[in-house]
Design a protein around this ligand. Structure first.
Ligand SMILES: NC(=O)C1=CN([C@@H]2O[C@H](COP(=O)(O)OP(=O)(O)OC[C@H]3O[C@@H](n4cnc5c(N)ncnc54)[C@H](OP(=O)(O)O)[C@@H]3O)[C@@H](O)[C@H]2O)C=CC1
Ligand SMILES: O=C(O)C1=N[C@H](C(=O)O)C[C@H](O)C1
Length: 278
């Protein structure tokens, strides 16, 4: 451990399921300093972010919905490394949050899913112009990176593949950001999957799932009792090869989040995907 000043960190969405985990993880990391906890939820305004996250001692960091003043405050701290904002909010607000952070020179680490390809490209252009690091990570768990790597390998040998993603029923976006990224990675091979051998009719629209890139289908399941799960199923005559990842605790994302906070300071542009910074 060096004796450098700690990295100032803001958590956006600090009262949410992921935000609370991030508050705990940041508070317990000696090289990070939680300076701000933002959340729009009215019932949590003014509460201590640490107590809300289940820590035994208060962190003396109150939850506030004042994003811009907080960005200005952290940007004004001229000593030590630049600030980082970790975003686990909502698909509808993440684009504006990230634009604002970059405008203040605060480095975004984005876990929130649901950004469109055009929005990601706009943010990449904006980050490039500002020479500011920005990380967009659809899934922070190492297990998912390994699953995706195995899926890319398998896709060289199988021509038929479908993805099933299963999540808790409080999830706002579908398909999941992880499933979209998985399909993108398989599509990079440049071949078309799942050539039809019969003419299909959907008797109920959506029965065959959503059609992602290169013919890959994604099916989204939403149920209470689930956290986050994904299967990639490859088929060929006489065999099925299934890859599956299960999340049982959101703590699984924290090593990836902490790594991203440290790595984003070394970047000068937008990087998409945990696998790029491992
Ligand atoms: N990349 C990854 O590894 C992972 C990504 N995710 C993604 O992270 C996002 C958040 O997930 P999760 O924590 O489960 O969701 P939650 O709904 O539990 O938490 C989101 C929190 O953000 C608040 N919020 C909503 N809009 C804003 C805003 N504009 N400004 C500030 N706060 C806001 C919400 O308040 P209110 O409830 O009042 O709306 C809520 O407290 C989702 O997109 C999810 O898909 C989740 C897990 C892992
Ligand atoms: O909403 C969630 O919970 C998750 N969202 C991310 C996604 O959309 O891929 C990551 C993980 O699947 C959990």
């Amino acid at each position: 451990m060096t004796n450098q000043a700690p990295i100032p960190v803001i958590v956006n969405g600090a009262a949410g399921k992921m935000g609370r985990e991030v508050v705990k993880a940041v508070a317990q990391a000696p090289d990070l300093n939680l300076l701000g906890a933002i959340d729009s939820s009215p019932e949590h305004q003014g509460k201590d972010a640490g107590e809300l996250a289940g820590l035994s001692e208060p962190l003396e960091v109150p939850i506030t919905n004042q994003l811009e003043p907080m960005l200005g405050y952290v940007a004004g701290e001229r000593q030590g490394p630049p600030g980082v904002i970790v975003d686990f909010t909502h698909p509808d607000s993440v684009y504006d949050n990230v634009r604002s952070a970059i405008a203040y020179g605060i480095r975004p680490v984005v876990g929130t899913t649901g950004l469109s390809p055009a929005q990601i490209q706009n943010l990449a252009d904006f980050a490039e112009k500002a020479s500011t690091g920005c990380l967009i990570i659809p899934n922070f768990s190492i297990g998912m990176v390994l699953l995706q790597q195995a899926a890319v390998t398998a896709s060289q040998y199988f021509d038929h593949v479908e993805i099933i993603e299963l999540h808790h029923n409080q999830k706002a976006d579908a398909p999941s950001g992880t499933a979209i990224q998985t399909a993108e990675l398989l599509a990079e091979l440049g071949k078309t999957f799942n050539s039809a051998i019969v003419e299909e009719t959907e008797k109920i629209p959506g029965a065959r799932g959503s059609l992602a890139e290169e013919g890959i289908r994604i099916h989204s399941v939403r149920l209470p009792g689930l956290i986050a799960h994904q299967e990639v199923i490859f088929g060929a005559p006489g065999q099925i090869y299934t890859l599956r990842h299960d999340t049982s605790d959101r703590a699984c994302y924290m090593p990836g989040v902490l790594l991203a906070i440290r790595k984003v300071l070394q970047l000068k542009s937008l990087v998409y995907g945990l696998e790029k910074i491992l």
